[in-house]
Design a protein around this ligand. Sequence first.
Ligand SMILES: Cc1ncc(COP(=O)(O)O)c(C=O)c1O
Length: 394
Amino acid sequence: MADPRVLAAQALPLIGHLDPEFLKLMDRTREMLRQVFRTANPFTLPISGTGSAGMEAAFVNFVKPGDRVVVGVDGAFGGRMCEVAYKYGAQVERVVKPWGQVFSPDDFKPALAQGGVKLLAVVHAETSTGAWQSMEGLGALAHDAGALLLMDCVTSLAGVPVEVDRWGVDIAYSGTQKCLSAPPGLSPFTLSPRAIEALKARAAVGPLFPGQSIPPSNPNSIQSWYLDMTQLEKYWGADRVYHHTAPISAIYGLHEALALVLEEGLDARFARHAANAARLWAGLKTLGCTPWAAEGHRLPQLNAVTVPAGVDEVKARKALLDDHGIEVGGGLGELKGKIWRVGLMGFSSSPANVARFLEAFTKVLGAQIKVPDASVPLEAALFSSDATASPAAA
Ligand SMILES: Cc1ncc(COP(=O)(O)O)c(C=O)c1O
């Protein structure tokens, strides 16, 4: 659910994309994005487009045909990164783990040791499995190998800590529709000074069309016009040069969403997500449900629930939606039919939503297998010790 304040902001009258008031709003949006990414990166802005636009931008600005990239694949979105990198001509090396597990820095060492790697790309919050990848140590690992560290934080930003500077992340992108609780449509994006240097080296070839004649193809040119970050910075930065018409309403919405995050406080927001996930799992456990993702690496905002034996997951999901107005995700790719994905993100992460879900889910499961009375999971959620121990429990 988008926060109602965000929806109200998006309904405000439009002003021009070079209106002085809009320029101020852009600057404030950038500043708040830096706080939420926990970065001092001057190059921080929202890309027009969903999280996948951020993913494309992350690769197309840095990868030339033939460049080596190493991608961690332990779910669907690591796989998507490989496809994107491949489309831009990269030589893609996958480091693979079973879906639901996470990587240790050692897992990437053999691939990086071969040398000549441009990017090490990792998904921080794997939405397809509910796994929470630790980023500790990956910055140094990538930099020692002469590579840039690329992080997908579409599902993590504003739900669990994202520490762009502390982790040495060079390229990060997110999305607005997850823990920021705004409609889909923008991809918050940030580049470290190290990434900017790489970009400058590439863009330094000169104007694409010097003089009157069009030169033969230039392998150094960024293979996207819309997502060329050197051009976007000219609009978002001091030059204020028109590039493409900014999606005004979406930026109003993001501005409001970021203000809401910072009003709550990042740490309080993370604690709220943790407490509500603890409530959810306390209740689910009484129904005999188990998590899919590896222990100690479970996202509180994306809860992957293993489908119990004897349960038709599609039927259960349909009943939740049709009879109770609750939408949960099914499994993607190889997890199709094996898990449900229960989102408790941003505005939706509340004790009331946990209770509403548990009550409905108990009924839906009860139509297929034997489960306790709905009061059992509800009481377990209410008295969950992890949840009540949290400062954000109230
Ligand atoms: C981890 C991750 N990366 C990338 C994406 C793609 O984002 P979008 O669907 O907004 O284009 C998603 C979408 O759910 C995601 O969860």
